[in-house]
Design a protein around this ligand. Structure first.
Ligand SMILES: [Cu+2]
Length: 176
């Protein structure tokens, strides 16, 4: 009888131990999913016409501490890349870049003709007034990753900058 009781205690201890391991693992996962302290303003994604497979996302980013925009992802795109557009003579070219530096406190614009987030292999047409989920991926100087999740409106042209300077709502605060 005593032996059984001890076994039961032992099992309970194991369960507690496993729960602690689980808590530790989920804490580790949370640390990998750091929310970047970046203010995103005036974000928009350009509309597409049927059959169009790529489009750009534009916004201004202000990081609280030195960060680098290193990537993006979106449920509507098979591929999302950080791109830079530039003029080569008369020809507008764009290419994927490794990242865009966001010095602390400095607002960096991703806009037509410059840096942008390129959404490729689009899975759906993006008509005006649609909303696109977009995750921006950052790294700090030590390589620690962080991210920001957004719901970005689709528009044909850059929306006028909001007078109140309202930040684009993070997804978890987004209201319909
Ligand atoms: Cu591009």
């Amino acid at each position: 009888m005593k032996l059984i009781a001890l076994k039961a205690i032992n099992t309970t201890a194991n369960v507690v131990f496993m729960a602690l391991i689980g808590a530790f693992l989920s804490f580790s996962a949370t640390a990998k999913d750091n929310i970047a302290d970046v203010t995103v303003k005036d974000a928009w994604v350009r509309t597409t016409v049927p059959g169009q497979k790529g489009t750009g996302a534009f916004m201004s980013l202000t990081a609280k501490s030195d960060l680098r925009l290193v990537g993006a992802s979106s449920a509507v795109a098979g591929i999302a890349e950080v791109h830079e557009m530039s003029m080569n003579g008369d020809v507008m070219q764009m290419r994927a870049v490794a990242g865009v530096d966001l010095p602390a406190g400095k607002t960096v614009a991703l806009r037509a003709g410059g840096f942008h987030v390129m959404l490729l292999d689009l899975k759906t047409a993006l008509p005006k007034n649609a909303t696109v989920p977009l995750t921006l991926l950052f790294k700090d100087a030590k390589g620690v990753p962080s991210k920001v999740e957004l719901m970005v409106p689709v528009a044909a042209i850059a929306p006028a900058s909001k007078a109140d300077g309202g930040a684009t709502a993070p997804m978890n605060q987004h209201k319909h």
